[in-house]
Design a protein around this ligand. Sequence first.
Ligand SMILES: *[C@@H]1O[C@H](CO)[C@@H](O)[C@H](O)[C@H]1NC(C)=O
Ligand SMILES: *[C@@H]1O[C@H](CO)[C@@H](O)[C@H](O)[C@H]1NC(C)=O
Ligand SMILES: *[C@@H]1O[C@H](CO)[C@@H](O)[C@H](O)[C@H]1NC(C)=O
Ligand SMILES: *[C@@H]1O[C@H](CO)[C@@H](O)[C@H](O)[C@H]1NC(C)=O
Ligand SMILES: *[C@@H]1O[C@H](CO)[C@@H](O)[C@H](O)[C@H]1NC(C)=O
Length: 207
Amino acid sequence: MRPAILLLPLLLSLFLPSSAQNCATGQTFSNNRLYARCSSLGRLGATLHWTYHPSNGTADIAYRATQASSNFVAWGINPNGSGMIGANAFFAFHDSSGAVKVISYILPSYTPSVRDSNLSFTVHSRDAEYSNGVYTIYVTVDLPGNKTTLNTAWQAGQVSGGVPVHHATSGDNILSRGSTNFLSGESSENGGGNSRLHRKNLSNHHL
Ligand SMILES: *[C@@H]1O[C@H](CO)[C@@H](O)[C@H](O)[C@H]1NC(C)=O
Ligand SMILES: *[C@@H]1O[C@H](CO)[C@@H](O)[C@H](O)[C@H]1NC(C)=O
Ligand SMILES: *[C@@H]1O[C@H](CO)[C@@H](O)[C@H](O)[C@H]1NC(C)=O
Ligand SMILES: *[C@@H]1O[C@H](CO)[C@@H](O)[C@H](O)[C@H]1NC(C)=O
Ligand SMILES: *[C@@H]1O[C@H](CO)[C@@H](O)[C@H](O)[C@H]1NC(C)=O
């Protein structure tokens, strides 16, 4: 019976629908984190949550996406371009010891050697967790150039030797980019026919 028990979590993660993450499902976050806004990103089962602080130009951000535990998720801001090249990205994955790890990297090419390095803007904090088939990346950053509308990209793919190595190059994996207005909460998705804008008014909460 033991193998069957071990298989169960794997099977559960395989059958989790990729549409499981959206802004309507009342998502909660560890350590009582609350976010003023949410956008269902519409690709790769991902949602973006954030609170923007105009007084100092920082944003508290949570990127959440369904993914098998053996694979990675990533989300980034592309300060001077769009899509993957130039994206200042955060990756969450399980390292070879089985711990959830978050690293950052500026993607220089389509065949990057992903390794932890500094971004072009200040990262005040970063953290990641994995639970019930879902990764969440938590970061607080200075929005680059103090801009409030920024191009963003997100991704999901495979890990090998404890580092993110590859993602599919078709379908949602090449459409997972857009722009986010951190001030108004508007979000547009590149390449998709559906607008999946969702707003959440949590201004009653003390954030
Ligand atoms: C930015 O401002 C917010 C709201 O006043 C504050 O909670 C946060 O600690 C500040 N962040 C930094 C990095 O100073
Ligand atoms: C962004 O603007 C705020 C408010 O004027 C300022 O305090 C902060 O230093 C600026 N951040 C950057 C990265 O320039
Ligand atoms: C983006 O452009 C600004 C000036 O326009 C520059 O200061 C910054 O270093 C550039 N960032 C990257 C990642 O190239
Ligand atoms: C990132 O920048 C900080 C401060 O400038 C530095 O101490 C640290 O070594 C840098 N990290 C990497 C991986 O380059
Ligand atoms: C959000 O709620 C606050 C307080 O209830 C209200 O004043 C504000 O107009 C609302 N904003 C939107 C965009 O609905």
